[in-house]
Structure formats: structure tokens, C-alpha cells
Write a protein that binds this ligand. Structure first.
Ligand SMILES: Nc1ncnc2c1ncn2[C@@H]1O[C@H](COP(=O)(O)OP(=O)(O)OP(=O)(O)O)[C@@H](O)[C@H]1O
Ligand code: SF4
Ligand SMILES: [Mg+2]
Length: 369
């Protein structure tokens, strides 16, 4: 029997603005997530990560609209289901969502215990308060969260603690799939680590069946998820294991994303930082050819006109580019060799200037100006 908990086939969703314009924020996205596994989704702001998260839950409210494709959770196809049925039967137990900046949405003057009761009553109107309290207390103990904090107001909790409480509450029904949208982005580094460890421990303990972790930082995912997908302008442009994607990105955008991160993760520190120039295309009128064309340093004339399908490569990897993997790797090798040569030249020059005292002469001259 297959242990796939989430299967998404060619999912396409769009926003319809009040001016009746379509914004194609999720365009033919497919993915498969097995029990006990996690997928990271990375991409810069506006590429469609949060829209994909909302779309995966099958819970559509204007201006977001379902257009086509399938969402199958543990064998059950939920695409086309009525929002009320999704809320009653799917959300919480089948699939749970921790929205971006969820911790800031906690009502500051509401006790955590009351908040949990409200959330549970939305799913189970007849459930008694004492039953809910018992579940919440058990879960807090399982997660090493102080049970006393149930009687605190959100305003009395630190940022890291608020986020851990939000995670505990969102997963109280032990969802088969958890989607965590930037759960660590607003936190300081030590709280980030605590939150990430908590999510990993919950997976290992079977409190979450599988996880989708969304972030704009690709390297962060190396320590968090099994696989990584990179999104650009509503489309998946590359998918692979975390190690493949972080240490050997193939798509020019994934490579750019890896090199544009200010806080590299463990094992990625020797990658030279460079920005990706330009901005993503307008999703109201996506380009007919490659969506990355305007910003791609390896672009060819044909990239502008021909739509690029996603293609399978070695293992379970996929990428979306007109150039072959060999062509791209050759370009990257030449580029890295050139960067290394320049760095070596620079080091020799600096040493020469230092040895001959020309550096300090330069500094003195500067003072004279
Ligand atoms: N309510 C809306 N109406 C119209 N367009 C929207 C709406 N919400 C988002 N969009 C557009 O959909 C696209 C995807 O937005 P989304 O919020 O999913 O991106 P994201 O990758 O999550 O960005 P971020 O990293 O900033 O959270 C963007 O172009 C955005 O402008
Ligand atoms: S298809 Fe062309 S423009 Fe697009 S990423 Fe590949 S090389 Fe760059
Ligand atoms: Mg988002």
C-alpha cells in the first residue's frame, strides 16, 4: 500500500482582483509527500508560496479561486469540495496550516486556553470544554511546554513561546499533513532553532504525519526538510533532495537563490554572496517563454519565446530550463573557476600592497584629500 499522504497534480489557482484581472499565483504545481517526510518550498517574496499553501487546503475564498488540478490527501480527492465540508472534515485532522505571522494574529487579551477552546469548537461544536482542556494539557506536556502557560494571555508570552503555542494548537488533531508558512522567520536565531527542533521532534513522534515547510531562505531548509522545491513566479522551477538543492542547484534561479542569502546555514558558508538582479514578472501577464528570462545571466534567444516544461532528471529531480543539465553545469564550472581566479588575484594584490607599504600610503593620501 502506498504511504503517500499528499498528492498534488497540476494544481492551478488564481486571484481575481476587483478589477476582474487574473493573477496566476499557482501554475500547474505537482508534488507528492510521503508519511514521515517533509518538503521545503523556497522562493523570494511574491513567488506564490503562501498562495500554494492556501490552495493545498482546498479552502477557497474570493479573491482566491481554484482553476484546475487535483489535491489528494491520504487517498481522498478534496479538489472541488465545498468550503464548509473542507472546514468540518479536512482542516485540522487531514491537513493543518500555520499561516505566515500566525503568532501575531493571537488575540493579545485572550487566554491561550480560551483560544484553544474556540479553535476546537470551530471543528467540533459539541466537544466539552473539559475534554478540550485535557487534550491541550496532554499536548503541552508532550511538547515540553509549561502547562501553566495555558492560563496566560498571548501578550504575556515571548515571540518564540507564542510561535510554539501556535504550532501546538494547530497540530492538536495530529494532522496527516502540516503546512508551516515561514514559521521561524520573525524569530531571533535561538528561537528559530527551538521552533525548528520542535517541528522535527513532532514529526519523529508521529504527532504530524508529514510536513511542508515554507521559507524564502533556501539554505535554511537543508537542516529541516528531506526534499526542497524552488518556486519562481507561480511555478516550480526545481525539485530535489535537500542536499542536492543546497550543494548542487541546477536551475539558474535556485543557484542565484543559494548565493543571495545573507545568513548561510552550516555547511554552506563558503559560497560567495551575489544578488539576483531585477524583479520577478507581473503575474497578471506572465511572460510566454521562461519566466526567469529577464533576470537570467545564461539566457538564450529561444528562452524568451518558448514555454519551458518541467523535466525529470536523475533520481527524483526535476528542473525547468531550456538548457541541458550538462550545459548548465559547464557554465557554472567556468563561472566558479573565473571567480576563484579573481579571488586569488585579489589576494596576491592585497599581499603585495601590504608588503610594500602601499596600502598605508594609499590611506594617508586619502586623508590628504
Ligand atoms: N489577495 C490578493 N489579490 C491579488 N493578488 C494577490 C493577493 N494575494 C497575493 N497576491 C499576489 O499573488 C502572488 C503570490 O503571493 P504570495 O503571497 O503567495 O507570495 P509569497 O511567495 O508567499 O510571498 P512572501 O514571501 O512575501 O510571503 C503575488 O504576486 C501577490 O501579489
Ligand atoms: S530557460 Fe533560459 S532564461 Fe530560463 S532559466 Fe533556463 S537559461 Fe535561463
Ligand atoms: Mg507568503
Amino acid at each position: 500500500m502506498s504511504n503517500v499522504l499528499l498528492e498534488v497534480n497540476q494544481l492551478t489557482t488564481k486571484y481575481i482582483t476587483r478589477f476582474r484581472e487574473d493573477v496566476y499565483a499557482v501554475d500547474h504545481v505537482s508534488l507528492s509527500l510521503e508519511a514521515g517526510k517533509s518538503i521545503g518550498i523556497a522562493g523570494e517574496s511574491g513567488c506564490g508560496k503562501s498562495t500554494l499553501a492556501l490552495s493545498l487546503m482546498g479552502y477557497y475564498f474570493a479573491p482566491l479561486h481554484y482553476q484546475s488540478g487535483d489535491i489528494i490527501i491520504d487517498g481522498k480527492n478534496i479538489s472541488g469540495m465545498k468550503p464548509d465540508d473542507v472546514r468540518r472534515n479536512i482542516l485540522g485532522r487531514e491537513i493543518a496550516y500555520i499561516p505566515q505571522a500566525a503568532m501575531n494574529a493571537l488575540n493579545p487579551t485572550c487566554k491561550i486556553r480560551k483560544f484553544i477552546r474556540d479553535v476546537m469548537h470551530a471543528h467540533y461544536p459539541k466537544m466539552r470544554d473539559d475534554e478540550i482542556d485535557r487534550m491541550a494539557e496532554d499536548r503541552f506536556r508532550e511538547l515540553n511546554l509549561p502547562v501553566d502557560s495555558l492560563d496566560l494571555h498571548a501578550v504575556e508570552l515571548s515571540g518564540g513561546m507564542k510561535q510554539r503555542v501556535v504550532i501546538a494548537v494547530s497540530t492538536i488533531l495530529k494532522p496527516k499533513v502540516l503546512i508551516a508558512d515561514e514559521p521561524s522567520s520573525a524569530l531571533d536565531v535561538s528561537s528559530q532553532k527551538v521552533v525548528i527542533r520542535m517541528l522535527r521532534d513532532m514529526m519523529n513522534a508521529g504527532l504530524i504525519g508529514s510536513m511542508i515547510f515554507i521559507t524564502h531562505e533556501l539554505p535554511l531548509l537543508y537542516n529541516v526538510t528531506d526534499d526542497i522545491m524552488v518556486m519562481y513566479a507561480g511555478q516550480i522551477v526545481e525539485k530535489g533532495t535537500a542536499a542536492e538543492m543546497v550543494f548542487d542547484p541546477i536551475h539558474p534561479y535556485s543557484r542565484g537563490l543559494m548565493r543571495s542569502i545573507l545568513v548561510p546555514e552550516e555547511g554552506t558558508r563558503n559560497i560567495k554572496l551575489t544578488a539576483i538582479p531585477g524583479t520577478p514578472p507581473n503575474l497578471k501577464k506572465p511572460p510566454q517563454g521562461c519566466r526567469f528570462y529577464d533576470r537570467c545571466r545564461y539566457r538564450q534567444p529561444q528562452c524568451q519565446y518558448n514555454a519551458v516544461p518541467i523535466a525529470d532528471i536523475e533520481g527524483n529531480r526535476q528542473y525547468r530550463c531550456q538548457l541541458s543539465v550538462d550545459q548548465l553545469r559547464e557554465l557554472y564550472t567556468a563561472e566558479d573557476a573565473e571567480a576563484e581566479r579573481k579571488q586569488a588575484e585579489d589576494t596576491v594584490l592585497q599581499k603585495f600592497l601590504k608588503d610594500t607599504g602601499m596600502n598605508s600610503a594609499k590611506e594617508e593620501n586619502r586623508d590628504d584629500i
